[in-house]
Design a protein around this ligand. Structure first.
Ligand code: TXE
Length: 493
């Protein structure tokens, strides 16, 4: 069986710990691959490699154009190997192969989009002829790029592509549950010509190999996608050495349907928003807010549609969505279901582990709809990251906005209405990083992605995604130097 290894300073290495982790399919628990289990020694070696390489200037001295070309080569190589990538992604996560194929296509677009970004920099008019003032942008330094398991390579690509374009060195730490495609990426980066020591990879648990990445003084920036609790811990750890942080910490995303909306489209999108990838999506539309007058029609139809969803493993062509990532995650989501019932929500469909023939060995949960919910409920406030939609009702536009904002999160949301003026007012009132109007879910590499409030810090994608990896430097050049004349100087006439 293949053993996935660390990639440090251009060499594949087993962990100093000698330990091995089995990556098991969430569909049937078969061992997909084994991975070396990192420890502190491995992390320190990887940080040293990234630090030394950055200090050497070997990569940041490349021209911007050469790094743009590098990104295009990487995109071409991933495209060449797309089948291998998609199978590996689907193997670790048990998501359907077709979903993994979409993800890999998105990864390729992320590299291609970043290759279009021009080198930033501009002159500043100081108003003095003898002064040339210029703002230049330089790489931030050594970056720790920590990824989650729901879209393993895609989330890592949002970090790696701009880090490379900026000229940084980095250590990738994929989720211990889904490391395969990050390993493939290291092969691709090397084949594309990334110098040894620029791109390093550490495998292992967050507590053991993630924590030292967030506290080492040689790391300048942490870009993290994952859960809120881990994000808080990372931010606190980063504070000690004043690292920059870019955090994407999920959401509790309102999907608001007004009575004058295209109801058929709104319901169909609500089903996708809540149950795609079994709800393991940071922008999942988990909070359905429905205008009271259409409540019964919308909820009855939502329940009917949820009940029809076919669950199944990566090789089941009839399957529409797959299992949750792990037993621990399954139990967490089941806990939210239990809590919602105790809190008085009305269970309309689903609500339990799916144990139909062929699913028994997997971490499947039936698509679940709770009606009669309110914002005091934990199931409405906390991110379950499972296939659960909670339904609340409203009667006015103001109430819809207030409910949509009644969350500590602020990642995304949607509004459905035929009245475009109302759509714009609601979109302006919602404090979330992305708002879809009469649509749900699309994101583009060209457009900034990230959250207000507890959904995170900073942005990925778009031009802002690159700027996370750059430091602005002001260069002031005096072409006609003179004395400052501030302090009295008795020796000067
Ligand atoms: O995530 P963690 P978990 C949410 C979702 C889910 C919850 C917990 O609600 O139920 O997070 O999931 C690494 N220092 N999201 O426990 O712990 C870890 O090894 C440094 C939302 O799987 O956040 C992995 O690589 N790193 C989300 C990564 O952090 C640490 C996607 C994410 O793991 C660390 C996934 C530490 N102390 C889950 N502890 C989104 N925003 O899309 C862990 N890690």
């Amino acid at each position: 069986m293949t053993l996935l290894r660390h990639y440090i300073n251009g060499k594949w290495q087993e962990s100093a710990s000698g330990r091995v982790r089995e990556i098991r399919s969430p569909h049937d628990q078969h061992v997909v691959v084994q991975a070396t289990e990192g420890n502190l020694t491995d992390v320190l070696n990887a940080i040293e490699a990234a630090h030394t390489t950055f200090e050497s200037g070997i990569f940041r001295s490349w021209s911007w154009q050469d790094r743009q070309s590098l990104l295009l080569r990487i995109a071409d190589l991933i495209e060449r190997d797309a089948d291998i990538y998609a199978k590996a992604e689907s193997g670790d996560t048990a998501k359907r192969l077709i979903e993994a194929e979409y993800d890999i296509a998105d990864v390729i677009s992320v590299f291609r989009f970043n290759a279009t970004l021009k080198e930033p920099g501009h002159s500043v008019d100081i108003g003095r002829l003898e002064i040339e003032s210029r703002i230049a942008y330089e790489p931030v330094g050594v970056c720790a790029l920590i990824g989650p398991w729901n879209y393993p390579l895609l989330q890592i690509s949002w970090k790696v592509a701009p880090a490379l374009l900026a000229g940084c060195s980095f250590i990738v730490k994929p989720s211990e549950l889904s490391p395969s495609t990050a390993v493939l990426l290291m092969h691709t980066l090397t084949e594309a010509g990334v110098p040894a020591g620029v791109a390093n990879l550490i495998l292992g648990a967050g507590s053991e190999v993630g924590t030292p990445l967030t506290s080492d003084p040689r790391v300048d920036l942490i870009s993290f996608t994952g859960g809120l609790a881990t994000g808080r811990a990372i931010m606190a750890s980063a504070a000690r050495t004043v690292k920059k942080v870019a955090l994407e910490l999920g959401g509790k995303n309102p999907n608001i349907i007004f009575a004058d909306a295209d109801i058929d489209a709104a319901i169909d999108n609500a089903v996708t928003a809540g149950f795609l990838h079994s709800g393991q999506v940071c922008s999942a539309g988990t909070r359905l807010l429905v205008e009271a007058s259409i409540h019964d029609r919308v909820v009855d139809e939502l329940v009917r549609r949820a009940d029809e969803i076919t669950l199944g493993g990566p090789d089941n062509e009839a399957a529409e969505t797959g299992p949750l990532i792990s037993e621990g995650h399954l139990n967490k989501v089941l806990g939210y279901i239990e809590r919602a019932v105790k809190e008085g929500a009305t269970l309309r469909v689903g609500g339990k582990r799916a144990l139909a023939p062929g699913l028994e060995a997997g971490w499947y949960i039936e698509p679940t709809v709770f009606d009669g919910c309110s914002t005091e409920m934990a199931s409405v406030q906390e991110e379950s990251f499972g296939p659960i939609i909670t339904v609340e009702t409203f009667t006015t536009e103001e109430e819809a906005i207030a409910l949509g904002n009644d969350t500590i999160y602020g990642l995304s949301g949607a509004v459905w209405s035929a009245d475009l003026g109302r759509c714009d007012r609601v979109a302006a009132g919602l404090r979330h990083g992305t708002i879809w109007i009469n649509d749900y879910g699309p994101y583009r590499p060209e457009a900034e992605w990230g959250g207000f409030k507890a959904s995170g810090v900073g942005r990925e994608l778009g031009g802002s995604g690159l700027h996370e990896y750059l430091e602005a430097k002001h260069l002031w050049r005096n072409t006609s130097p003179g004395r400052s004349g501030w302090f009295r100087d008795s020796g000067h006439p």
